[in-house]
Design a protein around this ligand. Structure first.
Ligand SMILES: Nc1nc2c(ncn2[C@@H]2O[C@H](COP(=O)(O)OP(=O)(O)OP(=O)(O)O)[C@@H](O)[C@H]2O)c(=O)[nH]1
Length: 361
């Protein structure tokens, strides 16, 4: 995982963003549920430890806070759909909890010692936020909001200044908890990204697998402009079974890796390239006309044909060729039909003697 992927979700793929937001939404819902129960349930502790005057005010504050948190539960379902809802929900959660902290500390302005549960609340809040797999930038934003709000509350209630030892102690503790929160969040993000990559990449070639490709294809179809087609190229290595039989499975693997590298070199970052099956690869070229797709498939065919793959065991060379079926799709295309057409064109290429490109028109 690269450093920039820890920093911001701008460096994550659209597909991973959606998956991460889904995970954040589920954890957020559990967090809110826990807080609703915990904040209201703490009334029992308050009844035990607070004097009647404070208890009379604070049980109502707790109940109102729990009620204010409740709309965040349905809102968490909208979070799954849109990042903006996610950010809004998180800041609403922080706002409600910081307001609760403000009102409860204000109720102790008469000099009565503040119970530990109330003093520890901001640290508890930072610890709870660590369950969300957020990138460092988002974690930092949340930490800044919490720290500034807590210090402003302290200042407003006590007019504390930075030369006050107690305040320095508080700032120090808040910073330590914030750093721990960001560290745990980044670790969770890493785990999620690793799992995502394992489940969407082919282990041999590191190209995306068929499942992710189908999601990307659907995404491209949905976002394509009506007048601008996209092109699909389905490649299949010729007589690959013979390479396996004559040179061994290891050499077969070497050929697959070599061809996938050539495909990536030729199609670059704008294309979506996947291992579609055993010795089948598929390329999606967005905003590309059929004829342009055919030309690019032909370029790859010639490149593969002219680059024999070296056998690492005995340094002999193996000639490899491939056949391709090309098809263009539109915004309204049925993807299953489109893939069938690419498959038919590929079958036609095989029937024509292999090592050629056929377009479905
Ligand atoms: N080494 C290796 N072989 C694989 C892998 N996946 C599939 N294969 C082999 O790919 C071969 C595919 O053979 P066929 O479907 O008969 O196709 P072909 O020999 O390429 O013949 P045509 O497609 O008709 O040109 C099978 O022998 C599979 O075992 C893999 O990951 N590594």
């Amino acid at each position: 995982m690269e450093l920039k992927e820890y920093w911001s979700d701008n460096y994550h793929s659209r597909d991973f963003k959606l998956i991460r937001i889904g995970v954040v939404a589920v954890r957020f819902r559990w967090l809110v549920t826990l807080l609703i129960i915990g904040i209201a349930g703490w009334i029992a502790v308050d009844w035990w430890v607070l004097d009647p005057a404070h208890f009379k005010l604070l049980w109502k504050v707790r109940l109102i806070t729990s009620v204010m948190l409740t709309p965040l539960l349905p809102l968490s379902y909208l979070c799954k759909l849109n990042r903006r809802w996610m950010v809004l929900s998180l800041f609403a959660l922080l706002g409600i909890l910081l307001l609760f902290n403000l009102v409860s500390l204000w109720s102790f302005r008469d000099g009565v010692p503040i119970p530990v549960g109330y003093i520890a609340f901001p640290y508890f809040l930072l610890a709870l936020l660590a369950v969300l797999p957020l990138p460092v930038r988002s974690g930092l934003r949340a930490a800044v909001v919490v720290i500034v709000a807590i210090l402003a509350t302290d200042y407003w209630l006590d007019s504390r200044t930075l030369d006050n030892g107690e305040l320095i102690d508080r700032v120090w503790l808040l910073l330590c908890f914030s750093l721990s929160m960001i560290w745990v969040q980044a670790g969770q993000l890493r785990m999620l990204l690793d799992l995502y990559r394992e489940s969407t990449r082919d282990p041999l070639t590191r190209l995306m697998n068929r499942r992710l490709f189908m999601r990307q294809l659907e995404d491209t179809r949905r976002h394509s402009r009506r007048e601008q087609p996209y092109t699909l190229i389905l490649f299949d290595l010729d007589k690959f079974k013979r390479i396996n039989d004559e040179h061994g499975h290891l050499m077969g693997d070497e050929v697959l890796v070599s061809v996938s590298t050539t495909i990536m070199d030729i199609f670059g970052k704008d294309a979506t390239v996947a291992r579609y099956g055993g010795e089948e690869f598929i390329v999606l070229l967005p905003e590309t006309e059929l004829e342009q797709g055919v030309r690019q498939a032909e370029t790859l065919r010639l490149a593969v044909e002219s680059q024999p793959v070296e056998n690492p065991l005995d340094e002999s060379e193996v000639m490899v060729t491939l056949s391709a079926g090309v098809v263009a799709g539109h915004k309204d295309s049925d993807l299953e039909a489109l893939l069938n057409q690419a498959d038919e064109a590929l079958y036609e290429a095989k029937s024509q003697g292999r090592n050629c490109v056929v377009a479905h028109r």
